[in-house]
Design a protein around this ligand. Sequence first.
Ligand SMILES: [Zn+2]
Length: 339
Amino acid sequence: MDSDPLGLVKCQQCLGDLRYGDGAFACDKCSLRYPVRQNLIFMGYDRKEQEHINKIILTESAHQTNLDEIDKHYDFAQPSFKLSLILANMAKNDIESDGAVALDVGCAGGPTGKILSESGFNTYRCELDPNSLFSGLHWKHKNLQFGKHIVCDTQWLPFPNESADLVFCKELVHHIADFAPFFREVNRVLKNNGVFILAEPSINYRDRLAQILGLSQDKHYGHHYQVNSAYLKSLKESSFQLYRYFIYDYQLKRPLFLNADEGPKKNRLPHSSLKMKFQRAFGGSNVFFLRKTANLRQYPKRPQIELINSKCLLLTDDYLEDERLKKFHQILHQAAQGK
Ligand SMILES: [Zn+2]
């Protein structure tokens, strides 16, 4: 075991120090014990959200980890992994500090923790659904040891103020109905000038019309798609400045309008508004690169934490050995070779 399994992780309720022993991380001040099971630290969520949170966990467990439906995940994996590699590479250039702390927030079972670790980041993985988080443990890296995999509601991150250099968030925010508090929480954990990467699908005019007419096809519990300008407005209110924007086309498997002139060192604002209009007309996934420009005057009071029951974790080590997962490693390897 690592000599310091605690790393940056704090009590999710009071953000105070934890101590490790007897298979749990404990906060004496809150009399809370966060149990460890199968390499995951089980934290929780705001007690008031219990019903909603349990529904999300059930929905995502079924959606993300069912190996009998793995084919559709293979199809998605190729463009998705390619995007993650592009983003990690840019983050490495923008941040330029080996061992910088990255939080992979809403990571599910994907390889982004491994990709960020290979790019030199000291990476923590955070995810609400324990099965999704566990399913990603087949992505191995020496930095992704015990203490780096945390089951928690991403709205209440168990890290100190101004502790992270990068918050990486891919395809999470459309699961959050009221995303402004989440952006404020990202502001809290990021260092000043820290980078927030948000890769997020959003609705275009045709989707919006279908929503208004009640013809929307999306029946997935907990999906709340927005228009991209709603995200940007809220991000600005949380003291984030956009320094790069492009669209990622999952069908073409490549970025659109990725402008080399846009970057933190160019000292010029990106031409984002036309590109965002293009996305609203024709679709595609938004990629926002943002810098935190200031702390917020005030952060919300921490809630009473209800722990996620570690019995919700149904997967076992057998899952990680399943042959069908190997194809994801081939897909990642090919994406890294530029195929
Ligand atoms: Zn505490």
